[in-house]
Design a protein around this ligand. Structure first.
Ligand code: APR
Length: 311
């Protein structure tokens, strides 16, 4: 197999955890890039030390520049400030917007053929910004938010129903924020609809745990935000690209008429494979779910407008 390369920009909590999760899959060499001196190099060395005992044999390199990122197959962007307690994702818009702009400029220069996976919050707005600034086709730039929200949804369902999480299939679409849309109607436990197993009150609790899962971690940690589940979610999406898995996963994609929405990026069911977004899965959503998606997109539109991209 030709050696492949995944660059992760931002070697903080999410970036480093994504690197570890990805290394464990053995699919590609990993380059960690960060502005903080020594951090990407130190974490890369630590990840190299882990190889013999963790059971992977890929290379991990850390750098403060972009030369090592040249010709990457996938570039993941986690550079930015994490959400602090009491801070909304929208508070982060301006500062992280400037960071994403500058990172994309470098990425397009050294890895013009890469698939770009945006992770920096506010996710949906940053994905739109990354796509716009990159000048790339929309298939090649997507955001990771829905896979994480879906993982939290599956966890909450499994806990409530007392079943192994592997028995749960559940998806969350919409913005990666308070207006997210957990798809209760199509969620299943061992193939059975959620409503057959849980009461309406239990389902309501599960939905609330899903929507507030990220904030709950933030308030427990006191400083910083979640990174294990985000890191694993990044690795799952990157794996789908590298292996051309063509798995349906929720991905934040710039829409062009799908679900009646345009000029906005938001989490929708997407087929993820080689080249990024292979297709957007438009079948299977009920009218009220599409309405909730459209309502969620309004907040993203406001964020995009606040970026003042000159349109
Ligand atoms: N280029 C490269 N790296 C940068 C830049 C930049 N211009 N600006 C900041 N960074 C780096 C920081 O030095 C830091 O190491 O990004 C890293 C962010 O790491 P953390 O502060 O640990 O944040 P983390 O929890 O990893 O979250 C990163 O992902 O989930 C989102 O909301 C989260 O937007 C946040 C991002």
């Amino acid at each position: 197999m030709p050696s492949r390369k995944v660059t992760i920009v931002g070697a903080g909590q999410v970036g480093a955890t994504a690197a570890y999760s990805l290394a464990l899959r053995g699919l590609a060499d990993v380059v960690l890039v960060d502005v903080a001196e020594g951090i990407p190099q130190g974490k890369a060395l630590d990840l190299m030390h882990a190889r013999r005992v963790a059971g992977y044999d890929v290379k991990v390199i850390g750098s403060n520049g972009y030369a090592e990122a040249a010709a990457s197959d996938v570039v993941v962007i986690t550079a930015g400030l994490p959400r602090k307690p009491g801070m909304t994702r929208e508070d982060l818009l301006r500062v992280n917007g400037d960071i994403v702009r500058s990172v994309i400029g470098e990425v397009v220069r050294v890895a013009p053929d890469a698939v770009i996976v945006c992770v920096t919050n506010p996710l949906d707005v940053m994905t739109y910004l990354a796509w716009k600034v990159s000048g790339m086709r929309r298939e090649r730039v997507f955001g990771m938010g829905g896979v994480l929200d879906s993982a939290r949804f599956a966890h909450a369902i499994a806990e409530m129903a007392g079943v192994p999480v592997s028995q749960v299939d559940a998806m969350v679409i919409g913005a990666h924020g308070d207006t997210m849309v957990p798809l209760v109607r199509t969620a299943t436990i061992a193939g059975r609809p959620l409503a057959e197993v849980l009461s309406a009150k239990e389902i309501d609790q599960v939905v609330r745990a899903t929507v507030h899962g990220g904030a709950e971690v933030v308030s427990l940690l006191k400083s910083g935000s979640a990174f294990y589940a985000p890191g694993a979610s990044v690795a799952a999406m990157v794996e789908a690209v590298l292996t051309d898995a063509r798995r349906v996963m929720p991905a934040c994609v710039v829409l062009d008429g799908e679900f009646g929405l345009s000029g906005v990026s938001i989490g929708v069911p997407a087929v993820i494979g080689a080249g990024g977004v292979v297709a957007i899965e438009q079948r299977g959503l009920a009218d009220e779910e599409i309405a909730a998606l459209a309502a969620s997109a309004e907040g993203v539109r406001a964020g995009i407008a606040a970026l003042d991209l000159g349109e």
